[in-house]
Design a protein around this ligand. Structure first.
Ligand code: ATP
Ligand code: MG
Length: 413
């Protein structure tokens, strides 16, 4: 199979935009006699005018051979998908050996370690725009799948038979939506029809991989668009039915507004990090809050904090943990940060508010979430700045948030 090669005049990828460590890795592998190219997401990003977040490299060298070239800089990882990680001061570059893959059988892929040729390697990838090679030594774009044309037409098209490719690995459906949300691409007709037909297959994939893609998207700066598409295409209904039906009926679009605010913060401050508990709470808090407010109307007195915590616990289970397995740590952070919202902004107005800052390090999460709420709701701006000032005061004492390890019990004699 012969690829189409494009010169720099045609593809216009600026070499100086490519990470120098990635170029170093490719050069060293080529010097050692192996074929080696940049592949996948980074080329797509460069063609669409975005700055890549990470760089993947494909090579003819076997993992052990890569290890020989980079020695202590390199560690080999993975079983299902064996890879070399080349470590640099502030990043890791992934190097994978060219693989062949079964692109016709629609069984779920469980093992992906068959070595292959460059052509085979791109054919097992998900979308045409993700199936391009770039050789920096000659600045050639190598296209076996028609990805360059798709990048010009802003089209998202599966490599191979879409129906089969989605069944083989249903996570590709989430990836389809992710690229549409991130780059504003048009999904090719056949790819879209097959995707709609395969939707329910999503529940067959590993929840850990879906959770990973979901979390990456919530932190991507395009989260609100992504979640809207997830809802429109019915994938949200499959994965998070309770959240999906709430979102569909919520005229205020609370979750989307939270996410849009997070998107704009992330797009403004490139090194901002927002914790997973906060990201998940943007989906959970609106449901919980509605539940709490309904109870408040029903009763003469607002529900007490113990009852609110029970409501939060039960929604974490019914909304999120039905399919996903959230870690104990995240669940406890969500419980803490949402229940604290009802202390930071009590349901019953207080004549003398108590602004004592608790010693738990998790309090910062509660405060950050209040900040998010205050950005959407000016009514909370004042209370947010009062809490922030109270927090700034105690934060000056470096010992304040010291965490105490539980004492270990001595051995029984
Ligand atoms: P991101 O910018 O979010 O990292 P990406 O496309 O680079 O997006 P990665 O998970 O880094 O995603 O994967 C790197 C490359 O591996 C992809 O560009 C694609 O070629 C291939 N790939 C990733 N996931 C799959 C999959 N599920 N099926 C087939 N190919 C995949
Ligand atoms: Mg990537």
């Amino acid at each position: 199979m012969q690829p189409k090669n494009y010169t720099v005049d045609q593809h216009k990828i600026p070499l100086q935009k490519i990470d120098s460590d990635a170029l170093f890795v490719i050069r060293e592998l080529q010097k050692a006699g192996y074929t080696s190219y940049l592949v996948g997401g980074s080329i797509r990003d460069l063609l669409l005018g975005h700055t890549p977040k990470d760089y993947d490299i494909s090579t003819s060298a076997l993992p052990e051979e890569v290890k020989k070239v980079f020695r202590s800089r390199c560690i080999l990882i993975g079983r299902r998908f064996r890879l070399a990680h080349i470590r640099f001061r502030n990043k890791i570059i992934e190097v994978a050996t060219f693989r062949s893959g079964n692109i016709e059988g629609d069984d779920l892929i469980v093992n992906d370690n068959e070595w292959g040729t460059p052509a085979e390697d791109v054919l097992r990838r998900d979308f045409k725009i993700n199936g391009l090679f770039f050789d920096p030594s000659t600045e050639t774009l190598i296209d076996y799948v028609g990805g360059f044309e798709d990048s010009l037409n802003k089209t998202l098209q599966a490599i191979g038979e879409p129906y089969v490719r989605f069944k083989q690995d249903p996570v590709r459906m989430i990836r389809l939506i992710k690229f549409q949300a991130r780059f504003d691409l048009t999904i090719d007709e056949k790819t879209k029809l097959d995707f709609l037909e395969c939707r329910s297959e999503i529940l067959k994939s590993s929840q850990a991989r879906i959770l990973e893609e979901l979390m990456r998207m919530l932190h991507s700066g395009s989260a609100s668009k992504f979640m809207k598409l997830m809802s429109e295409y019915g994938l949200l209904e499959q994965l998070l039915p309770e959240i999906s039906s709430f979102i569909e009926n919520d005229k205020d679009e609370t979750s989307f507004r939270f996410l849009a605010e997070i998107d704009s913060m992330l797009n403004k401050y490139s090194d901002l990090k927002i914790g997973r508990a906060i990201l998940i709470s943007t989906l959970l808090f609106p449901i919980i809050h509605k539940n709490v407010m309904d109870l408040t109307v029903e009763r003469t007195k607002p529900p007490h904090i113990g009852l609110i915590q029970n409501i939060i616990r039960s929604h974490i289970e019914s909304s999120f943990s039905a399919f996903f397995q959230l870690s104990r740590k995240i669940k406890s952070e969500i419980l803490y940060l949402i229940s604290w919202q009802y202390r930071l902004t009590p349901l019953k107005s207080e004549t003398k508010p108590n602004r004592k800052i608790p010693t738990s390090i998790q309090f910062v999460l509660a405060l950050k979430f209040l900040n998010l709420r205050s950005r959407l709701n000016p009514e909370y701006q004042d209370v947010w700045s009062k809490w922030r000032d109270a927090y700034e005061e105690v934060k000056i004492d470096p010992g304040y948030f010291k965490t105490y390890k539980p004492r270990r019990r001595g051995k029984r004699r």
